[in-house]
Design a protein around this ligand. Structure first.
Ligand code: ZN
Length: 360
């Protein structure tokens, strides 16, 4: 296998086939329907309010009438949510309407709680992971899952990866920084090493982004703008830290089409070629590392998606939506297919999601 190229081997192919059947794609394929696997959807359990833990940053839910709720953190409402965040039947109805065959469930990013004391984050992670596993069990042909671990304690987080795999989850979601620690920091090395060994994907999601104060105007608009910039910071940190060079089989999925990262990558490549300190620190060309990440398709404009495919390769793209939040890409499968007709997004998803099983 060549570093910098698609890391597929005979085990991946075997598990590609097993995943293909396990998610019911074969039947869809027989009917000439290409299955849509939505890799980027979020979950909030409806029972956080019952938990005994008490800490001002512990998330709680205020349930309202009509299946609505407010997620409250530090005494302030963080976001209004509704039953789509936890109700399996409702999700399946929405999936049918949206043309989605399989959703990959992951925690609402704010619940990753990298700022909580590690033992509380560990407790929350267990609740989240158990909840996702239970949702999958209700309709295993419609759902798969990505869990969370207490990243603020790297040793504990690394240990918990084994539990994630035993639960049948396909990977873990982490923020774009761990309460200020960049993702390329050497202290996270044991975590990446174990994730690679277990074949678990690492889903990097914007969280507590930098730069909000540089924009002004409506808070929601600023948040929409800085998320993709934040992902670019995290991806560049992973690049600068040589993480994918050191762990060539590690699968890292970047949110929202990698945010601004694919756009700034040619500039980074240019700088890498001309700046000796950088090229000494990183052996692999940034343009090659760019092709080692995975990317979802949440970029909203077909032209942006075509640019992304051109930059990173057609085998690194998987369909995503950000369901059930307001910013979600509607009809994610149709959107992706309309922009890029010849890409097998479902086959890509099967490789990405199947790699975890290959090394059990
Ligand atoms: Zn998201």
């Amino acid at each position: 296998m060549l570093a910098g190229r698609r890391n597929i081997d005979k085990y991946d192919i075997f598990y590609f086939i097993s995943i293909f059947f396990s998610v019911g794609l074969a039947q869809s394929w027989g009917g000439f329907h290409v299955a849509v696997v939505d890799i980027h959807t979020h979950v909030v359990p409806n029972s956080l309010a019952d938990l005994p833990a008490r800490h001002r940053l512990w998330p709680t839910l205020e349930m309202h009438e009509g299946g609505r709720a407010a997620l409250v953190i530090d005494g302030k409402p963080f976001r209004e949510i509704d039953a789509r965040s936890w109700d399996v039947e409702r999700r399946m109805r929405d999936m049918a309407a949206d043309g989605t065959d399989v959703q990959v469930l992951s925690p609402m990013p704010e619940l990753l709680s990298h700022w909580l004391p590690a033992e509380l984050a560990d407790h929350l992670a267990r609740i989240m992971n158990d909840h996702i596993v239970k949702m999958i069990a209700r309709a295993p042909d419609k759902f798969q899952g990505i869990g969370m671990v207490p990243m603020q304690d790297v040793e504990l987080a690394t240990k918990r990866l084994d539990d994630i795999q035993k639960q049948g989850l396909r990977g873990v979601e982490i923020g774009t920084h761990i309460d200020g620690v960049p993702l390329g920091d050497p202290k996270l090395t044991p975590f990446y090493a174990r994730a690679e060994e277990l074949g678990l994907l690492v889903f990097v999601h914007p969280l507590h982004p930098a730069g909000l104060e540089r924009i002004g105007g409506p808070k929601e608009l600023a948040a929409a703008a800085v998320f993709p910039l934040e992902t670019a910071l995290a991806a560049t940190s992973l690049l600068a830290g040589g993480v994918l060079e050191r762990f060539p089989r590690l699968n890292i999925l970047l949110s929202h089409g990698g945010g601004a990262f694919p756009w700034i990558a040619p500039r980074i490549e240019f700088a890498w070629k001309m700046a000796a300190p950088w090229s000494k620190a990183i052996a692999q060309a940034p343009s090659e590392t760019l092709k080692r990440f995975w990317y979802d398709t949440i970029v909203y404009a077909p032209a942006s998606l075509r640019f992304l495919a051109d930059q990173v390769g057609s085998d690194r793209l998987v369909v995503g939506s950000d369901y059930p939040f307001a910013i979600r890409q509607p009809g994610p499968g149709a959107f992706a297919a309309s922009a890029l007709k010849d890409i097998s997004f479902d086959a890509n998803a099967a490789v990405l999601l199947g790699s975890g099983r290959a090394r059990q």
